[in-house]
Design a binder for this molecule. Structure first.
Ligand SMILES: CC(C)(COP(=O)(O)OP(=O)(O)OC[C@H]1O[C@@H](n2cnc3c(N)ncnc32)[C@H](O)[C@@H]1OP(=O)(O)O)[C@@H](O)C(=O)NCCC(=O)NCCS
Length: 170
């Protein structure tokens, strides 16, 4: 399988915030944003793996800024690291000021998708070759995030999470 770059999987979804998608404060409902990020992440994972993909976990979400009704929201998703059958997808969310076009970073999230065959069995994915400094930084941190996610899910013993443990133990 030929290696791919993060740009190969980049997926950009731009949409606005409608009244039915807001909470009592007229801000975008968190679950709606999660769904948009899941959709963009799923497409990025499919572009990387050229296969069916399923969401395995949501590793991190930071709702740093609320997103007001009427906002133009862009969800920008790319594969940040590929493992054997799983892929970490890093998602940046931007709000666009319609009069100037200026963009502000609102939120970010990290999802894990797994490529599967028609029977739902995990299937190998191509290697990822990061190019930019940010892509290399995200690539470097992905293994410890995978280990943390597996430990929290009860699928890995903390003792085996060597990359994660190295953060805390000399
Ligand atoms: C995701 C799924 C395919 C994993 O199946 P599994 O039996 O755990 O398979 P494996 O143990 O071989 O794991 C497959 C890969 O997923 C990774 N993985 C599994 N659970 C994970 C988690 N919680 N966090 C991070 N990675 C995870 C494994 O580390 C492995 O990665 P690798 O092959 O790149 O090393 C399976 O649990 C599934 O189909 N879940 C339902 C998915 C779904 O329906 N999503 C939508 C929810 S509504």
């Amino acid at each position: 399988m030929q290696a791919k770059t993060p740009s190969d999987s980049r997926t950009i979804l731009t949409d606005m915030v409608l009244p039915s998608e807001t909470n009592h404060l007229n801000h975008l409902f968190g679950g709606e944003l999660l769904a948009r990020m899941d959709r963009a992440g799923s497409i990025a994972a499919r572009r990387h793996s050229s296969n069916i993909t399923v969401t395995a976990s949501v590793n991190h979400v930071a709702f740093n800024k609320s997103v007001p009704l009427g906002s133009i929201v862009t969800v920008d998703a790319k594969v940040s690291r590929a493992f054997k059958t799983s892929m970490e997808i890093y998602i940046d969310v931007w709000i666009e000021e319609h009069s100037t076009g200026a963009r502000t970073k609102a939120n970010e999230a990290i999802y894990t998708f797994v490529a599967v065959d028609e029977d739902g069995k995990p299937t190998a994915v191509p290697e990822l070759k990061p190019e930019t400094d940010l892509e290399k930084e995200r690539f470097a941190g992905a293994l410890r995030r995978k280990q943390l996610s597996l430990v929290l899910a009860g699928k890995m013993k903390a003792d085996d999470a060597t990359e994660l443990r190295a953060l805390f133990i000399e």
